[in-house]
Write a protein of this length. Structure first.
Length: 260
């Protein structure tokens, strides 16, 4: 296996950028989710997981984000950019299958989550600092969908791992470690349950409801106490920091360090 792509997202829920290499610390890739948008009216972190309110974030380049006033105009709500999460910061996640059924404009039920259940304090990650997906999983989703293809960036991974096996191979990586290049070691925590985000416009990419619908039909995986969820990719924490580069060799191993 090898590291096919490295991506970071300078502002949470905004468009990302592809890198040739990056430092990796316990806080993830350098510069990843360094800032977020705060909804002034509610005090919640803006997340495209609630597409009715925040799908516009996915039209904005996170590397060149405008100021608060222009950003508020673009999003239609008073917002401000922050680089430190408020204490107990929360975000909303619309029920993804209700979004599929009723559309992105519909006011559907949502859950409220807190940031960073498996991340260092003071970060803007929904859960863990690293999200990765394999080329095998992306190819399988594409093959099962009506377009015959799907774009990996819809799933907003930090790392795309080049794999030769077929199907959702990373489902079996939970509880194991990934060694990337000569330095970095990641511990795979859990499969990544998918929200409505992959279905939305991402810059020049149009909407694709099947980016979620196909996963919901063909890859439901138990996630903690949530029961089987539509999953694509996995979350990981950083066991050993270092530097990763496109093309690095990736090895799957048994853990040699105690679980956190």
């Amino acid at each position: 296996m090898y590291l096919e792509a490295v991506r970071r997202y300078p502002v949470k829920s905004m468009l990302g950028e592809e890198l040739t290499e990056s430092e990796v610390t316990e806080r993830g890739l350098a510069g990843d989710r360094a800032r977020a948008v705060l909804d002034v009216a509610t005090g919640k972190i803006a997340s495209a997981k609630n597409p009715r309110l925040w799908r516009g974030l996915l039209t904005i380049e996170g590397a060149g984000v405008p100021g608060d006033e222009e950003l508020s105009t673009l999003l239609g709500r008073e917002v401000r950019l922050i680089d430190v999460p408020p204490e107990g910061a929360e975000f909303e996640r619309s029920a993804p299958e209700r979004v599929l059924a009723e559309g992105i404009e519909a006011e559907v039920p949502h859950t409220v989550g807190t940031l960073g259940g498996a991340s260092p304090a003071g970060t803007f990650f929904d859960f863990a600092p690293i999200h990765l997906i394999t080329t095998s999983a992306v190819a399988r989703i594409g093959a099962l969908g009506p377009r015959g293809t799907v774009e990996a960036l819809r799933y907003r991974p930090n790392l795309v791992i080049g794999t030769e096996a077929e199907g959702f191979v990373e489902n079996d990586w939970v509880g194991r470690e990934l060694r990337i290049g000569d330095e970095v070691v990641l511990a795979v925590i859990v499969a990544s349950p998918r929200c409505a985000v992959p279905t939305l416009e991402h810059g020049s990419l149009g909407r694709d409801a099947d980016a979620l619908r196909t996963v919901a039909r063909h890859n439901r995986v138990p996630v903690f106490d949530m029961g089987p969820q539509p999953c694509a990719g996995v979350y990981a924490r950083v066991v050993r920091p270092g530097r990763v580069r496109k093309g690095d060799r990736v090895r799957l191993t048994r853990p040699t360090t105690p679980a956190a």
